[in-house]
Design a protein around this ligand. Structure first.
Ligand code: AMP
Length: 398
């Protein structure tokens, strides 16, 4: 069984064709600059050289057609015909309050994706275009929507309600949703298996630390809290996003700078985080660490604040669950940066956390990085959102 996984952004489309017999990647690739001059498809068949195809991609529809051509190409293709593809799984950002479980796409699912355009203005329209492009290119095949908000929908009311007038929840669904759901679902599940934990009761905290960053707490794989909110702006300090701030900051900057709310929100989303805190050094944590090493004080503070906030969320979520069995690190920083992992864990001595420095000297490989006598298992679990989407697609279509 082969499953095609599609992840559409506003001007990009990532894909992976996965063989579900052994969960191996048969081919993967990326369409960039869709709808912009200079669009390009990079196609990587497993075990072969990468192919770059420069061709106009005015729409996601043309991008999907190019991907289908690349997959079936006599030289660099990996299938003879699209008949070999059993189903298509799509990452969809926002399912609103209607959908939390993955679902086979029908007219109602498309209506909900459309209704949530306001909640995911960059992603939901692109996700819908990707689904409709696949429907046109491969008529009759099942398309499955896997929601980035799905995992967080299990949160109890006390965790997802904002303390604002209830009418805004009733009228517009203003609540905390959480994002990176496929990653939190995948990593918490793998942590339970790898750590040999009780699948019904394990208390797991997942730190997804990448350019976007979020923490989740789950019991038996069911989310009890997560740090992102109505949008992916809430929570941790990220590459360019501020995470938690006093909302009055928005009004204050508006008044001082003569900007409107949209402009200031744009600054909080795109010019803040470690990029903004460091005085513009970079949104890339490697650059921030290099600047810190060369004596840049603002970069040092940005990194310390990032780590401090992760540690505070871990503390809060340990309290929320009345304990924690395992803490898993994932995504770009979480999988690659041993010094950030160690610095975060140094705040957790009161939980009996002990890091094994030799075990922590690892990148991108599933590993227990805590010492054998650590009271909490600390792990590095590489995330794999595509595989999580493919597994959900298989479950719903087999
Ligand atoms: P992601 O969004 O999960 O792809 O993560 C991307 C981020 O991971 C980049 O902004 C990098 O700052 C960070 N990253 C990747 N490798 C390292 C590393 N060795 N040390 C620190 N940060 C890293």
């Amino acid at each position: 069984m082969k499953i095609l996984v599609i992840n559409c952004g506003s001007s990009s489309l990532k894909y992976q064709l996965i063989n579900m017999e052994d969960e191996s990647v048969i081919a993967k690739g990326l369409c960039e600059r869709i709808g912009i001059d200079g669009s390009k498809l990079t196609h990587q068949p497993a075990g072969k050289d990468k192919v770059e195809i420069e061709k106009d991609m005015p729409t996601h529809q043309t991008a999907i057609e190019l991907v289908m051509d690349a997959l079936q190409n006599p030289e660099h293709g990996v299938i003879k015909s699209t008949d070999e593809i059993s189903a298509i799984g799509h990452r969809v950002l926002h399912g609103g309050t209607t959908y939390s479980e993955s679902v086979v796409v029908d007219a109602d699912v498309k209506r909900v994706i459309r209704e949530c355009f306001d909640l995911g203005p960059l992603h939901n329209p692109a996700n819908l275009m990707g689904i409709e492009a696949c429907e046109a290119a491969m008529p009759g095949k099942a398309n499955v929507a896997v929601w980035d908000t799905g995992f967080g929908m299990a949160m109890p009311e006390k965790a997802y309600m904002y303390a604002i007038p209830h009418e805004y929840y009733e009228k517009y669904g203003v609540r905390r949703y959480g994002f990176h759901g496929t990653s939190h679902m995948f990593v918490s599940g793998e942590a339970i298996k790898f750590g040999n934990l009780d699948p019904e009761k394990a208390k797991v905290i997942v730190c997804h630390l990448g350019n976007g960053a979020s923490v989740s707490a789950s019991i038996g794989g069911k989310c009890v809290d997560t740090s992102m909110g109505l949008t992916p702006l809430e929570g941790l300090i990220m590459g360019t996003r501020s995470g938690d701030v006093d909302p009055a900051v928005v009004q204050y900057i508006c008044n001082k700078e003569g900007k409107d709310v949209n402009e200031v929100l744009n600054i909080l989303n795109k010019k803040s985080g470690v990029l903004g805190m460091s005085g513009g050094v970079s949104s890339d944590f490697r650059d921030i660490e290099a600047a810190k090493s060369s004596g840049n004080h603002l970069a040092e503070v940005a990194l310390e604040a990032f780590i401090y906030r992760v540690a505070k969320y871990i503390g809060a979520y340990t309290a929320a669950m009345n304990g924690v069995d395992a803490i898993a690190f994932t995504a770009g920083v979480g999988e690659n940066d041993k010094s950030s992992r160690k610095a975060i864990c140094e705040y957790l001595g009161y939980l009996g956390v002990k890091i094994d420095d030799a075990a922590n000297d690892v990148r991108g490989k599933m590993t227990v990085i805590s010492a054998p006598d650590s009271k909490v298992k600390i792990m590095l679990i590489p995330t794999n959102e595509e595989l999580a989407i493919a597994r959900e697609t298989r479950r719903l279509t087999e």
